[in-house]
Write a protein that binds this ligand. Sequence first.
Ligand code: F6R
Length: 265
Amino acid sequence: MQIYIFDSYEDLSTAAAAATADTLNLKPDSVLGLATGSTPLGLYRELIRMHREEGLDFSRVTTFNLDEYVGLPKTHPQSYHFFMNRNFFRHINILPQNTYVPAGTTNNHKAFCDWYENRIKESGGIDIQILGIGTDGHIAFNEPTSSLGSRTRIKTLSKQTRDDNSRFFEKPGDVPVYAITMGVGTILEARRIFLIATGAAKAVAVAGAIEGPVSSMNTGSALQLHQDVVVFLDNEAAGKLKLIDYYHWIQENEPDAPEVLRKQP
Ligand code: F6R
C-alpha cells in the first residue's frame, strides 16, 4: 500500500483528483468505480473544477458505483443515484448511459447483481476504484463478517452504519436496512484502488485496514491483498497508525512518488 497523509481534507481531495485525472488523461476511456458518502465530495468537486477549467474529459469514461440502498427510487434525495447526479454527473460531460449505479428498486436482486458484475467485466474492468471506509471498517457496504471473496449482492446494514448514516435522513427509522453492494472480491479486481478517509472518527477503522490482520471483521483490511492501493488520509484519520513516522518518511523522500503526493518539506 502507498500511504499519503495530508494536512487538510482539501489537500487530500486535490491529490486524489490529480491522481485520477492522470489516469483519465492517459486512458480517456477509463472505467471508474465510484463511492458516495461525505468523503469523496471534495474529490468530485476538484474533478468538476478540472473539467470546467482544464478541459478534463469524461466523454468516453464509464462509471460503476459501489452501492445503493434497497427500496429507494432514483428520485429519492438520499438515494445514491440522486447523490451522484447532484454531486458529480450533471456537472461533467459524462454520457448518462455510461454511468451505472445499482438498482435499489429491482424485484430480482440476484439477477440484477449478476448483470451488474457482467457489465463491469464487459466494460473491461475497473481501472480506478474510489473507496471511503465506514467506522466499522466496511468498504462499499461490506459490513463486518462479509466474505472477503464476496460479489455484488444484497447486504444487511449494521446498526453502526445505520446510525452513522442517519445524519442524512429525517429520522433514524428512515435509514434503509438493506443495500445492494459490490463485494470485496469485486472490488479487489479493480486494477488500482484509492482509499480515502478523513476525520478522527475513521482512525480506528483506517488503522485496522492498513495495519490490522486481514479479517472480515474489517473488510477494508482485504485491501492488503491488492497490489496497487493508494491511501489518502488527513492527519486525523491517520491518527491511530503505528508506523506513521515511516509513512511520513516515505512520503517526503520517495523519489518515485508523483509530485502531487509528496509532502512539502
Ligand atoms: C458509499 C460507500 C461507503 C462509504 C462509507 C463512508 O458508497 O460505499 O462504504 O464510503 O460508509 O461514508 P462517509 O464517506 O459518509 O463517511
